[in-house]
Design a protein around this ligand. Sequence first.
Ligand SMILES: C[S@@+](CC[C@H](N)C(=O)[O-])C[C@H]1O[C@@H](n2cnc3c(N)ncnc32)[C@H](O)[C@@H]1O
Length: 292
Amino acid sequence: MGTAVAATIERPQPIAEDVRRDPPLVHDQGNTCFSLSLRTLKWLERRLEPGMRTVETGCGSSTVLFARSGAIHTVVTPAAAEHERLRAYCDAHGIDTSNVSFMSEPSHEALRKVASDLDLALLDGAHGYPYPIIDWFLVAPLLKVGGYLLIDDACIPAVRSLVDYLELSDAWSEPVFVDERAVAFQRLDERMPAFDEWRGLGGRVSFSYLPLRRQPSAWLLFLLRSNASRQPIKLLNDLRHGEMPARAQRALDISPRALKALDMPRDRASLEARVRAAAERMAPRPTGRGPR
Ligand SMILES: C[S@@+](CC[C@H](N)C(=O)[O-])C[C@H]1O[C@@H](n2cnc3c(N)ncnc32)[C@H](O)[C@@H]1O
């Protein structure tokens, strides 16, 4: 009887540099490739192994690496022509795409149909609000604990707010800054965000959506409300009936003209300090007299 030999599947030779030099021209009617950077392609290639289960939103150089790695891969873009160009590139370069499932749909629809137990997911598809967050919400539960999430274009607002959240979440590892745009995380446990986990998003409260002159009193109200148990009854009633702004403005001691002159982004720290001081002045601590 012959001896059974365990089949080992070899990792293919790295090709990231070749692909970056001669990328698949799948974007813009076949004229260009908005590829991941060479550094990010190399990072990705180092993590890919034959038999891994992977998914990506967006199509391009990254897809070539997934195909070539022997991963069982799904690539999602609504642009079917990109898939055709990608296949043609791979055929011309002798890269087998039989392990790749091509889904020609927007990611927020396609990702609902992707199987779980993923080892790695790349989000580099729709970058406009709110798609990066929806894509993450759909893909996160599919990732194994220990699996990698690679996110490109972290500087774009909707992507950045996702990255800000993940940086603060205990369910995800510390970020790996692969290059100045790409960030990777490992999934540490199966928790998804709690409904009241708003503190994670961007890290802090901000009233920057209000006109400048309304921001200080909004801050003051926020601080007083969030410390409600320490406030005198009169103040709580005022807050409840929305009668604070004029008093708040006086307590802040900021004239409308001074407010207009304040440059919020640069002077945010001093404005906050001023608001906190006013909140303290308006809500004196209990004197010790009366019932406790
Ligand atoms: C920056 S490119 C991806 C580059 C690719 N990762 C590479 O290394 O070459 C963005 C991709 O997102 C795709 N895309 C645009 N809208 C999408 C959507 N709603 N769902 C999925 N992909 C989308 C585009 O067709 C394009 O392929």
